[in-house]
Design a binder for this molecule. Structure first.
Ligand code: UD1
Length: 353
């Protein structure tokens, strides 16, 4: 059995790691295609290195562009890769432009398609990820959902018979990395001076590209007594520089994105997370660190329902939300038991198209 994975952006490398291991242990001939959507060493190579992922067999090197041009460039180059490798299945991951391009390429070439992390919905049609998810789920022969909530969305869209809840593969990786780094010192900047700190990330266009909004978010976070370690995505740094917004003001300490194990260790050591990332909301919950999310909605609704995540789209309300009292303890496990990848690979191998 030959399975070809299409990945391209940071969170997809994390999801690929346990899938690659599970495929290896089942003797699958696994081909990895990297679209090149993320290309900086800190956004790509370090994930392959730290998570023990085999080097990509094919690198399409598409780089950054508008959504249409970026997705189109991937489509143009994927045909060749699929033609050359002729896999039995294509697997796409999550909801980036690389996901949608991989899905469309596979179905156009009549290759069975599995979508890992299927069924997530924000119901916000302005999000590029929402288009990517909806399109990919409807093209897929097999929707591998991470949660019961996701299964519900797939059923609502008429996709129940091709969907299976395998659990969340990011939980697999997170639990393994958590146990590995638990005894290590967090690699955080010395400016934090051993004080309690929060971890922040901000990369979504709606938060970074409007100077007024970005300025208000930075002001709210940097005005708090507890310092915040801001792990700056290249887009955030570029926009802040363009708009003359200082990312080192007040109690804000800015650093480059951390390799995954160090990110996990930093979150474990922190007193809170503030973010607009999808994955980090869930990672904070799994590490039982309260999260404040600078968005109007989330795909990971369980984190909010259980009291560990609060959605705060308004910068003016951020400071109070970040300083809120901690939530009640919970032993709820809506994201599975950390063995999702094995189930996902099993589901693919046993599925007849
Ligand atoms: C993408 C995904 C998003 C995911 C995020 C994780 C889409 C539509 N979005 O968003 O779902 O949560 O990855 O990080 O697919 N850049 C660099 N170096 C890089 C990569 C990007 O400098 O290695 C800069 C470029 O200026 C680029 C911008 O970041 O234009 C945005 O990158 P892009 O991949 O288009 O989207 P992300 O915001 O990273």
């Amino acid at each position: 059995m030959k399975i070809l994975s299409v990945v391209g952006a940071r969170p997809q490398f994390v999801k690929l790691a346990p899938m690659a291991k599970a495929m290896e242990s089942r003797g699958v001939d696994h081909v990895i295609v990297h679209t090149g959507q993320h290309y900086d060493v800190s956004m790509s190579d370090v994930f392959f290195r730290d998570l023990g992922i085999p080097a990509p067999d094919v690198h399409l090197a598409v780089g950054s562009d508008t959504h249409g041009r970026q997705t189109g460039a991937m489509l143009a180059k994927l045909d060749e890769a699929l033609e050359e490798h002729r896999p039995d299945w294509v697997v796409v991951y999550g909801d980036t432009n690389s996901t949608a391009a991989g899905a469309l390429s596979a179905v156009k070439m009549h290759i069975p398609l599995a979508h890992l992390e299927a069924g997530l919905r924000s119901f916000n049609r302005r999000m590029p990820e929402e288009h990517n998810r909806v399109v990919t789920d409807h093209l897929a022969d097999l929707c591998l959902a991470p949660t019961e909530v996701a299964m519900g969305h797939l059923a609502d869209e008429g996709l129940a018979t091709r969907s299976v809840n395998v659990g969340d593969v990011m939980t697999d990786v997170l639990f393994q990395v958590r146990d590995l780094v638990a005894g290590t010192e967090p690699a955080v900047p010395s400016e934090l001076g051993g004080r309690p700190f929060r971890v922040a990330t901000l990369h979504r266009a709606e938060n970074t590209d409007d100077p007024g909004r970005l300025g208000s978010i930075v002001k709210a976070i940097s005005g708090l007594d507890t310092p915040t370690l801001l792990l700056a995505h290249p887009r955030l740094r570029a926009r802040a520089a363009e708009h003359g917004i200082d990312l080192t003001t007040g109690s804000l300490v800015t650093a480059d994105p951390l390799p995954y194990p160090q990110l996990v260790r930093a979150v474990m050591a922190s007193v809170g997370v503030v973010t607009d990332s999808g994955g980090l909301q869930k990672e904070a919950f799994l590490l039982r660190v309260p999260c404040t999310t600078i968005r109007t909605e989330t795909e990971w609704t369980e984190t909010v329902d259980l009291g560990w995540n609060v959605l705060v789209p308004e910068p003016a309300a951020l400071a109070d939300a970040m300083d809120r009292p901690g939530p009640s303890e919970t032993d709820a496990a809506p994201y599975g038991d950390g063995r999702a990848a094995g189930r996902a690979v099993e589901a693919i191998l046993s599925h007849t198209v």
